[in-house]
Design a protein around this ligand. Structure first.
Ligand SMILES: Cc1ncc(C[n+]2csc(CCOP(=O)(O)OP(=O)(O)O)c2C)c(N)n1
Ligand SMILES: [Mg+2]
Length: 584
């Protein structure tokens, strides 16, 4: 006779079979059969009790972004389900495979306007690529297996709604997983040599070519460094490609747009050819859609061709394979003025940032905080970066290499992703150092979950950059004719709040206290405990380098008032470098 197993347990066994070892969520009456199953499976699947369902979904999304493996979260019917949505949208926007289990009232209570009963399907329809309600207990494990397959296939969110009573029902204990057929990697598209040759011909004809590298090039750092040098083409990157080629590589000009380096923005304005490699970013319409450069796009997904700019050549290829082929069939380009000028300009930009980081006087500023982060960061650290000015500052000041990893809510850009990302990093990679870097606004959206760091002994280094403002939005208000309004924050002592949750909190008000604070924080996390540094910085704005300042011709770097405001006397327009090296 076939053995029996509870449907909820069978469902969890399917999830485990896909290599998942932890699951984030929050209990509720309508998900209690899953809680019952989690209790039985606790040796095989760790339940992480968060304090807000959005943290569960954001953490699951972060797991997936970090490891490529499906992340799993759950919430109860009605309010729990609604709270999940924020993190699920983050997963959708950043193409992260996530499974969300959602509670529902017992099936025989459905459609009677029962307590917390909602028609949940329409709510998840937009965010999910797979969205089903279990109709029988027997189908529950089967349905979850199918949902995981869809999450992987579409790199998106799969939702399974579970009428609570089904989870308790005894069903046949037979294999429900299809996981053993999973490890069949998709073939990588190889580039057509003729198309690569066509691209090389276009590069030869271009005066100011630029490679725009996205995270599709992860793992191809050596190849792109080589290609950049060989063809004398500077690289600009999308935000998520930070660390794909090391920041120390001379040809890496950093990201474009607002959270950018000066030189990357200048180069995109100058470019007559852009070669985009596995790159996605949300600002194409304003940053480069209407610029008159020629455009080559390399992507492993042909449906993405042409989405950012009119396409002159599309090459369906894996990013690394494209670089290898281009290196193989191209000839070396002689060192030229354009590449030299870009390298020199970027060096000066780097020196400018370093000068700001090296300041030793008061008051405490964010650059000094980043210098300390760089000082204590391991060479395979994970930086979970929340949304706000830290987006700009992390791109500029973190000194990253390809072994390290930056996590954020990139396209959805939700505040509150910092703690969930750092928790996911620590749970997925217990041996790697994890930072949460968040502004005071973003931190206070999810700070209750410091207690989750404490509960599970996740030694995370939490850094709060307290500037008592929503500075990122304040700057936006400053850039248009409107007064600042609603962007100041009432100050709080986040170190004390941490202490109240049993986490060591270190408040830093002065630069002179900063070094010691980081030393103390290091001791704490090395002892296996989370720690928080509340860095009380000023509300100073970093130098704006984005396009829409009305000075598209580079003359902003000749404006003494602008340069004085940002302590940037040494910065000069890119054309000056070009003139210098062309005259050599
Ligand atoms: C959930 C959510 N609400 C609002 C926003 C809009 N927003 C983007 S950045 C930002 C300010 C962030 O403030 P803070 O965390 O203090 O960082 P700061 O910019 O001051 O360094 C806001 C309100 C958002 N991205 N996400
Ligand atoms: Mg702030």
């Amino acid at each position: 006779m076939t053995e029996k197993v509870q449907a909820g347990v069978a469902m969890l066994k399917v999830i485990e079979s896909w290599g998942v070892n932890h699951i984030y969520g929050y209990p509720g009456g309508s998900i209690n059969s899953t809680m019952n199953a989690l209790q039985q499976e606790q040796e095989n699947l760790q339940y992480i009790q968060v304090r807000h369902e959005q943290v569960a979904a954001l953490s699951a999304a972060a797991d997936a972004k970090l490891t490529g493996k499906v992340g799993v979260c759950f919430g109860s019917a009605g309010p729990g389900a609604v709270n999940l949505l924020n993190g699920l949208y983050d997963a959708r926007e950043d193409n992260a495979p996530v499974l969300a289990l959602v509670g529902q009232v017992p099936h025989n209570r459905m459609n009677y306007d029962y307590f917390q009963e909602f028609n949940e399907a329409p709510m998840f329809d937009d965010v999910a690529i797979f969205n089903r309600t279990a109709m029988t207990a027997e189908s529950l494990p089967y349905l979850v297996d199918k949902a995981i397959r869809w999450a992987y296939k579409e790199n998106g969110v799969a939702v399974v709604v579970i009428p609570n009573d089904f989870g308790y029902v005894e069903i046949p204990d037979i294999p429900y997983t299809s996981e053993r057929t999973r490890n069949q990697a998709l073939p990588k598209p190889l580039p057509d040599s003729e198309l690569v040759q066509e691209a090389l011909d276009m590069i030869k004809d271009a005066k100011y070519p630029v490679i725009h590298l996205g995270q599709g090039a992860r793992g191809a750092d050596k190849e792109y460094e080589e290609l950049s040098k060989k063809l004398q083409i500077p690289i600009i990157i999308t935000g998520l490609a930070k660390g794909v080629v090391p920041d120390s590589f001379e040809g890496n000009m950093g990201p474009i747009n607002r959270a950018a380096s000066k030189v990357a923005n200048e180069l995109i304005k100058k470019a007559d050819l852009v070669i985009s490699i596995g790159a996605n970013f949300p600002f194409a319409e304003s940053v480069y859609a209407n610029r008159p450069f020629k455009y080559i796009q390399v992507d492993n997904d042909q449906s993405k061709f042409g989405r950012h700019h009119h396409l002159d050549l599309g090459i369906w290829s894996d990013a690394k394979e494209f670089a290898k082929k281009a290196i193989e069939i191209s000839e070396d380009v002689e060192p030229n003025a354009y590449y030299k000028a870009a390298v020199a300009a970027q060096k000066d930009w780097g020196a400018y940032l370093q000068k700001l980081m090296d300041r030793t006087d008061e008051p405490l500023e964010y650059e000094q905080v980043y210098k300390e982060i760089n000082r204590i960061a391991d060479d395979d650290a994970v930086f979970s970066m929340d949304v706000g000015d830290n987006t700009i500052n992390s791109f500029r000041f973190l000194d990253m290499n390809p072994k390290q990893k930056l996590l954020t809510s990139a396209l959805f850009a939700t505040m509150g992703c910092g703690i969930p990302g750092a928790m996911a990093a620590k749970l997925s990679y217990p041996d790697r150092q994890a930072f949460n870097i968040a502004g005071d606004g973003a931190f206070s959206m999810v700070m209750q979950d410091m207690i989750t760091e404490k509960r599970y002994n996740l030694p995370i280094i939490n850094i709060v950059t307290s500037n008592r403002h929503l500075s990122f939005i304040k700057s936006e208000q400053d850039d248009v004719p409107q007064p600042e309004f609603g962007v100041d924050l009432t100050d709080a002592d986040y170190a004390k709040i941490a202490e109240g949750m049993g986490v060591k909190g270190i408040r830093v008000d002065k630069f002179s206290e900063l070094h010691a604070a980081f030393e103390e924080a290091e001791k704490e996390y090395k002892a296996g405990r989370p720690v928080l540094i509340d860095a009380n910085i000023t509300s100073k704005r970093g130098i704006p380098v984005e396009f829409d300042l009305g000075k598209d011709d580079g003359s902003i770097y000749e404006d003494d008032q602008f340069k004085a405001e940002y302590d940037a006397g040494e910065l000069k327009p890119f054309d000056e470098y070009l003139a210098e090296y062309s005259a050599e």
